[in-house]
Design a protein around this ligand. Structure first.
Ligand SMILES: C[S@@+](CC[C@H](N)C(=O)[O-])C[C@H]1O[C@@H](n2cnc3c(N)ncnc32)[C@H](O)[C@@H]1O
Length: 176
């Protein structure tokens, strides 16, 4: 019993440390999108054919799995560099056989985003400033970027929706 308790404690402690480390390194925790915001965001995505979708910072997969369900014929690439949330999504993908979802333990700043025609994110202001430059350099074909809570600086959204949640979360839609 003592050995089992020690193993469980070690796993929980290691997971906690890993999440804290990744949160400090990334500047953001794996906080999930609220259910109401998720529903409104996904409902308002374009209905025309979307083939390559990226979620930048997928956390526990809250948006990624919803996107995979809404667009069964598209490929969704979930970027998540924090070990524990990444492992969680991989296990969830395997359990639910979500074949159109690719999970990458990769830093999206170091990735080429040019092939995606829909990019979804929920990050923080510093990340949006870095992404503004990356989007400008890499998004050459018609790509829609959807970010909630934090806007892409110096760019006018084509549409903004205010979700009727407690925080009145803003969902920004951009066309590149
Ligand atoms: C606020 S959470 C959003 C989770 C999810 N997108 C959602 O809406 O439920 C942001 C996530 O982005 C991840 N992240 C931050 N910077 C990253 C980077 N450069 N590369 C990959 N993942 C990153 C964090 O680890 C965190 O899990």
């Amino acid at each position: 019993m003592f050995i089992l308790n020690s193993i469980v404690f070690s796993i929980v402690f290691f997971s906690f440390l890993s999440i804290v480390y990744a949160t400090i390194k990334n500047g953001i925790s794996p906080m999930p999108t609220l259910p109401k915001v998720k529903r409104i965001l996904v409902e308002n995505l374009p209905s025309e054919p979307v083939t390559q979708i990226a979620e930048l910072g997928a956390g526990w997969g809250t948006l990624a799995f919803q996107l995979a369900k809404k667009f069964p014929s598209a490929t969704i690439t979930a970027f998540e560099n924090s070990l524990i949330p990444y492992t969680f999504i991989v296990i969830r993908k395997w359990l639910f056989s979500q074949t159109n979802l690719i999970v990458l333990r990769k830093n999206f700043y170091k990735s080429d985003l040019s092939k995606y025609n829909l990019i979804v994110c929920y990050l923080y202001p510093g990340a949006m400033t870095r992404l503004e430059k990356q989007f400008h350099e890499q998004l050459t074909k018609e790509t829609m970027v959807v970010s909630h809570t934090f806007a892409v600086p110096n760019r006018k959204p084509s549409k903004t929706i205010i979700a009727s949640d407690f925080y009145q979360t803003r969902i920004y839609f951009y066309e590149y």
